[in-house]
Ligand binder design. Structure first.
Ligand code: GRF
Length: 199
């Protein structure tokens, strides 16, 4: 059974959707550890309530290299195969990324390469796009930049606020993140340049 390490900073709804799919048997993997970098992360309480191995490693004030080494230790202690960033609001160091080549996934609430970075749903509304969505991608050393595994498009409605648009995108996030994890764990894909294709 493959072992997932999930990194969160906040609400943790993507983590929860993954946990539900694992519990329902639709992803065959186990959550080896949930790590929050903020003690107040709501997802941390959820993970503990679900009886998962959940730890907080506060990142505040720590140098990235030093912090990432602490993360790597925790992940290796738990023999993690695949790292899933789920609302993890920190950049990872190159040292960290090199330890998990093509073994780190991220979910982003826009159709990348549009609107990387913070407040992607705000950015989409401000730009006036008619279609936005979400993206699951491999993590490389760029910001929201690695090869794209899955995307889902969501229409932007005239009356949308950042909240209403975010809520509709989030439903799709919950669906495609688990789908991407299944796909990556099954190993039936090839990465050529930026393209991820099914084999
Ligand atoms: C999601 O919109 C995700 O795409 C982005 O941060 C948000 C996290 O939400 N990276 P949650 O903590 O999973 O509820």
């Amino acid at each position: 059974m493959k072992r997932l390490g999930i990194l969160i900073s906040g609400r943790g709804s993507n983590f929860e959707a993954i946990a539900q799919n694992i519990a329902a048997g639709s992803i065959s993997a186990e959550i080896a550890v949930v790590i929050a970098n903020r003690p107040e992360a709501r997802g941390l309480a959820t993970a503990l309530r679900l009886g998962l191995n959940a730890v907080c490693i506060p990142s505040k004030g720590l140098d990235r290299e030093i912090y990432d080494r602490m993360l790597l230790e925790e992940l290796s202690r738990n023999a993690v195969d695949l790292v899933c960033l789920a609302g993890y609001m920190r950049l990872l160091s190159a040292t960290f990324i090199r330890q998990f080549p093509n073994r780190i996934l991220n979910i982003h609430p826009s159709l990348l390469p549009s609107f990387p970075g913070l407040d992607a749903q705000h950015q989409a509304l401000d730009h006036g796009v008619k279609i936005s969505g979400c993206t699951v991608h491999f993590v490389d050393e760029g910001l929201d930049a690695g090869p794209i595994i899955l995307q889902s498009a969501v229409e932007v409605l005239d009356g949308d606020s950042a909240e209403t648009l975010s809520a509709r995108i989030l439903q799709e996030e919950h669906r495609i993140y688990s789908e991407a994890i299944r796909l990556v764990l099954a190993g039936n894909y090839r990465i050529e340049g930026r393209r991820v294709t099914l084999t």
